[in-house]
Structures are given as C-alpha cells and as structure tokens.
Design a protein around this ligand. Structure first.
Ligand code: THU
Length: 300
C-alpha cells in the first residue's frame, strides 16, 4: 500500500506521511485485500474542502473528510471485487489506484479537541474512515455504519503496535536485535548474528544468519531482515542494528550493497557485540561511491 501524502499547510504536524501510510496499510490488511494498491491523501483547509464539497456533492458547507473512489463496487467491498481493483493498475506506480482523499486540517484539529485526543489520532481515524470508503464501505443504514465502524476499529488495532515501533529509538532497536540471537542458525561458525531493520514507515523486521552445509549458501542476518522487509512491501530503510555473539558484526560487503539498494538518505548502522555497548555509523560511510539503482535509471 502506497499513500501519496501531500500538504501545503505550514501547520501540519511533522512525521505524518509514515503514520498515515501505516494507517492506510492497516486498513488494506484489515480488508484482506491482496492486490497492491495506492491512494492519495491531501491535507487542506476548511475553505478548500468547502468548495470541493459544494462542487462535487452539492453540499454547501465544509466537512472533515472527502473520499473519491476510483473503483465501483456493485456488490460487496474491495476484497469481493479484486478483479475490478486490478483493472485500475498503474504500471508506473506498480499498484492499483483506489482513489483520492481530502482531509481538512482545521476540522481535524477541532474534532481532536472535541473528542479529547491528539490531532494525529484524529487524522489516523479520518484516514481509516476514508480508506474504507475507497474500498466500498458506506454508512447510509445503521447496519452499514456498524460494519464500517468495526472495520475501522480492526484497522486501528492493527496500527497500534506499529505506532509503538515508530517510536523505536537506537537502544530499543539494538535490544530487539539482541533478543533474536538465539534464532541464529550457525552450527558451522557458531557465530550468532542477529539484526533488526527499521523501515521508513515505522515497521521493524528482524533477521538472523542462516548457515548451510554448503557454506556458500549461507545468508547473513542483515540480508535475511531485508528479505523479510521487502517481502512485506517495505522498500525504504532508515536504520539497522546488527549484533554479533562474540565480536562486533560489521556488515559484510555484500550486505552493505544490499542495504544500499533500499537505504533512505542518512541510513544508520548500529553495530555491537551481545551484552556490550554499541557503535553507530552511516551506511554511506561504510560504502562510499557505491553502484546503485540510480546508475541504471531506477528509482526504488
Ligand atoms: N555474518 C552475518 O550474518 N552478517 C555479516 O555481515 C557478517 C557475517 C554471518 C554469516 C556466517 O553465518 C557467520 O556470520 C560467519 O561468517
């Protein structure tokens, strides 16, 4: 799930893009949709949403959120209509377009105050509400409303632990990597390596070295974590913590190259030995002048 977030409002809170994308992803997961999808979300002002509300729905007042689905669902919701969703496939995005969302920031702020929660919480809720509209839910009848509400709650429950992960600091990431030491499969070297990879959207994936009796088939912990992340749709990494059992496990050359493929600018590498303090470096210092996707005209 890709959420194209944009705003021209100077009063929008920092760090919203990954949070709202994580919310949208939780909605798609709650729905059980397997087709890769994307949507756009724009944070605007009351006057702007008022104009759109009047022009598109004939309702002459501002509102909190508007959604414009691309797909029509004659029966059921998105998961019952995967073929229709697939028809909206955009090769440039590598995903199908679900539609567009507009959110009024002043409205969200006022509602957050009214309900006694944070602006970010309200924006997550409005995003979830709009995402389910894009996936064919509505609230015309009481039954529909209850069904949509249950889905919103399911999505926000999925989001909760990921929000905690977004707060993951260096020590927490390192501790997580340490906690995975026992999972390492290393009967040949007996050198346990475990890694925890933090992605830009807040998700964290772990990996361990997996050795093989044909030694060359061994996979390092960092690459195991990268495989887990990319398999789940994460493609931008901000930090990795790598722990060795008896020595600092600086990433090998192959792992540096593999990390660089998906590294966000300024990606950090935390390295340590289990039970000892860690050190931190920038990936670009560990792999200067590397050959990357851009050299082949590819944007990751
Ligand atoms: N190893 C890693 O997992 N990551 C690295 O970057 C360095 C090496 C593992 C591979 C092998 O299982 C063991 O450490 C000894 O080379």
């Amino acid at each position: 799930m890709i959420l194209e977030y944009s705003t021209e409002r100077g009063d929008a809170p920092e760090g919203l893009a990954p949070l709202l994308e994580a919310t949208a992803r939780a909605c798609v997961e709650a729905e059980g949709l397997t087709v890769p999808v994307y949507a756009s979300l724009q944070l605007i002002g009351d006057e702007e949403i008022h104009v759109v509300n009047r022009e598109t729905r004939g309702v002459d007042r501002p509102t909190d959120v508007l959604s414009f689905p691309t797909v029509s669902y004659p029966q059921g919701t998105a998961r019952d209509n995967e073929r229709r969703v697939r028809r909206e496939y955009d090769p440039e995005m590598g995903a199908s377009c679900l539609g567009d969302i507009l959110v009024s920031l002043p409205r969200a702020r006022a509602q957050a105050e009214e309900y006694g929660h944070t602006l970010k919480r309200e924006l997550c809720y409005l995003t979830a509400h709009a995402m389910f509209h894009l996936m064919g839910y509505d609230h015309e009848t009481e039954e529909e409303r209850a069904c949509m509400r249950a889905m919103e709650e399911k999505a926000l429950r999925l989001l909760a632990p990921r929000e905690e992960e977004m707060l993951m600091d260096d020590q927490a990431l390192y501790d997580l990597a340490c906690s995975m030491q026992d999972r390492s499969y290393c009967p040949y070297s007996n050198f346990h390596v475990s890694a925890a990879l933090l992605c830009e959207d807040g998700r964290v994936f772990t990996g361990v070295n997996i050795e093989n009796s044909s030694y060359g088939a061994t996979i390092c912990a960092e690459r195991a974590a990268v495989c887990a992340a990319v398999t789940q749709g994460a493609r931008r990494f901000t930090k990795i913590a790598i722990v060795g059992s008896t020595a600092d496990a600086w990433p090998c050359g192959i792992c540096r190259q593999v990390l660089a493929e998906f590294a966000a600018p300024g990606m950090e590498v935390i390295v340590g030995t289990a039970g000892k303090p860690w050190r931190k470096a920038l990936l670009r210092d560990l792999l200067p002048e590397y050959f990357g996707p851009g050299d082949l005209g590819v944007e990751v």
